[in-house]
Design a protein around this ligand. Structure first.
Ligand SMILES: [Mg+2]
Ligand SMILES: [Zn+2]
Length: 192
């Protein structure tokens, strides 16, 4: 057999062998693709109509299309997280308990609409009052925390915010798709 033919045979053997090796590695591969993707939503201006430091139930109005958007992502297998800067707590415009009360009410409304919000992350800090922190957007802290707690696949995840600091936080964390929307307006193309 000429040398070139021998080399060809050897090459195909190596190719077949590496194919089998890939098959052997399959369980690990399957695990990797099962990491959940997430939809990260800013709160004020995305979930509810922004009216400057919303903390009362009676001031909380869901934006048009938000439930439809969440259902769409939920059906596609995304976990939904809220990531929200709540400097009003540091500023003492409202207390942490006020935030919890409104948050619980909000989660119940989502639940009634068949939507599960996996977790709400909030930053109560304000740099001028409490000093710098790593959770206040544009820092990626809240997103990284979700990644650690729920083993999120960030490159396949989506973030929606109405402020450039939301987008920067997403990019800093490694979120694959970061969508800047106009405040209080869920774009039609996200609902189709
Ligand atoms: Mg906002
Ligand atoms: Zn913070």
């Amino acid at each position: 057999m000429p040398t070139s033919e021998k080399i060809c045979q050897l090459m195909s053997f190596i190719t077949i062998k590496s194919l089998f090796l890939q098959t052997d590695n399959k369980p690990e591969f399957t695990l990797q693709i099962m990491k959940p993707s997430a939809l990260f939503l800013d709160r004020d201006g995305v979930i509810n109509v922004e009216t400057n430091y919303v903390w009362r139930v009676e001031d909380f109005k869901f934006t048009e299309g938000i439930f439809k958007l969440c259902r769409k992502f939920q059906s596609a297998g995304y976990l939904i997280f809220v990531i929200t800067n709540q400097a009003g707590i540091s500023r003492e415009y409202y207390s942490e308990n006020d935030f919890f009360t409104l948050n619980k009410w909000m989660l119940n409304r989502f639940s009634e609409m068949g939507i599960t919000i996996t977790k709400v992350y909030y930053c109560p800090h304000h740099p001028e009052i409490t000093g710098p922190c790593d959770c206040r957007k544009p820092e990626p802290g809240m997103i990284k925390q979700a990644e650690n707690e729920f083993d999120i696949n960030l490159p396949d995840s989506v973030l929606i915010g109405d402020n450039i600091s939301d987008i920067t936080a997403g990019k800093n964390a490694g979120v694959g798709t970061n969508i800047l929307i106009q405040t209080n307006t869920i774009p039609e193309y996200l609902l189709i």
